[in-house]
Design a protein around this ligand. Sequence first.
Ligand SMILES: Nc1ncnc2c1ncn2[C@@H]1O[C@H](COP(=O)(O)OP(=O)(O)OP(=O)(O)O)[C@@H](O)[C@H]1O
Ligand SMILES: [Mg+2]
Length: 368
Amino acid sequence: MADVTLENVGKTYGKHRIISDFSVTIKDGECFTFLGPSGCGKTVILRLIAGFERLTDGSIYIGDRLVSSAEKNIHLPPEKRKIGMVFQDYAVWPHKSVSENIVYPLQMQKIETAEAKERTLSAVKLVNLTGLETRMPFQLSGGQQQRVALARALISKPRVMLLDEPLSNLDANLREEMRFEITSLQKQTGVTILYVTHDQEVALAISDRLAVMDKAGRIRQIGPPDDIYEKPIDPFIFKFMGISNFIPLEYRNGQLFIRDSNALLGCPVTDGSLERLQSHELVVGCRPYDIELIHKEGHAQGTIQRIIYLGATIDYRVAVGGKILRVQQDVRDAGQGGIPFRTGDPVGLKFRDLKWFENRGMDEEGES
Ligand SMILES: Nc1ncnc2c1ncn2[C@@H]1O[C@H](COP(=O)(O)OP(=O)(O)OP(=O)(O)O)[C@@H](O)[C@H]1O
Ligand SMILES: [Mg+2]
């Protein structure tokens, strides 16, 4: 298996610059995700690594081998890169059976029949399709077709698997099941996986590390899932990773308020941030479940504007200090303490966790 290294990679189409100065190393055997908004260049990056596209600048290494270099005019063709790729629309051939689809890359490589048969059997087993070998794609569910595509990509024993949004056409249950399958495939084979998605939940679930990209195709933060989620470096990441409130603040009489209001936040100002707070250099982010709703007085007072039942949670929009905040409550907590909230009810808010950010990165979400 192999590391994948991108060094100062750039790509333009005509006058359009899609990627600039893009550098990252994906470690051998790692499941690494590029997470970013639609159009930021994720598929282009995978196509550059696979060798379907030529670089405009920089170089790409797979293991020790320099496979693409703009400066040295090197471009190893895709079939020599030992890469397996699965695309978003999984593209299985409709006129070939499961095993015919899976064995196809080996036929192209002129691998002798006995070996091809054996490897097909083990690939079928690896993706849990045993018993379905003779079925045609129209006789398979979306998830089963996706497994055919995975097996077909794995059969050539690639050093690296490139997976481009492979789960986006599946329903929520299947998506969850396939997430497990991909992680367990990786454990069994040790293959390096590069996964591309705009779905933060999938990225958090499957990745050893992930890179969050902005609209301009720049990497904003790289790290393991819990770091990205718990320690986002800027408001853009915080917003991209889940439902978020950004609250403008004001410091008066030794206390913090929602700006231009009497709504009290009831939390301490962090060291040295007072001056910057007053010049609006700081902004505070808050997740919906980090705000507690209480019936008692003595905290920021708001009014419930809308309630949506989501099964495990209840989602509220609360008007407070001239702002609307999203608040979420575990459905079991809503029943406790007597009376559940109703639209129009006055409510007290208690802020449990606030994340402090420099007041930038919000407006410049990477549009260029
Ligand atoms: N062959 C091409 N010629 C010109 N522009 C292209 C080409 N391929 C991609 N682009 C442009 O490059 C940008 C990045 O595209 P890309 O497909 O990598 O986005 P993405 O991050 O994969 O988005 P999505 O999440 O929607 O799949 C887009 O603006 C797209 O229009
Ligand atoms: Mg794409």
